[in-house]
Unconditional design. Sequence first.
Length: 244
Amino acid sequence: MRESDFPRYLTGFLSKYLPGQKNVSSHTIAAYRDTFKLFLTYCETCKGLAPERIKMAQLTKELVLSFLEWIETERGCSIPTRNHRLAVIHSFCRYIQKEFPENLYETTRILAIPNKKSPKPLVSYLTGDEMRIILSQPDSSTKEGFRDLVLLSVLYDTAARVDELINLKVKDVRLMDPAVITLHGKGSKIRQVPIMSNTKTLLSSYLDTRKSCSGMADIENFYLLTRSARNYLVGEYLISSIST
């Protein structure tokens, strides 16, 4: 194999294979890129391998195992995070096997590295009283407070991910019976979730009072807006609400 061929293969994997052949989301590509940024950092700082000089022949099972050990012990990553980094490297190796089989033996050894087992965490939940406390936090007499009440109610009713909620558009909400919300999830997955009558009433009332972004059809507007009519980022609000 040619000198310093790893950068060429990695570039093809991230910039052509993932978005072109696999059609994965930009978030997935960013997560894969972050894994290889860590891997290249490890190679340079711990193994003395400059990123631009790495060869595919140097991508071995032993190197990958030592990288996984490093992120777990030196960086303090959890076992699930370690397994995620390994899954990214496995995906790259499967790409190499299909497109460039010269390194087949070593990529097969890397693909044989198993996930590390870890105890499954206990999933906690909110009691009815705790949920009522959270829903009582927004001041529904103000526009922003009423919006926040709608936001929290939809999260509770649909179990939506935060990024699913902030990307919710008017066209994704059906208020006619049966009322449903269409959520666009991770990996371009789409699901429809029925909502309770109380949530439907809140969404309907909020739709009547919100302002749309100019320059686009109303159905293409984000449902939950700030004063500047941009989609509302909810992470920090939720954390502060639950902690009070």
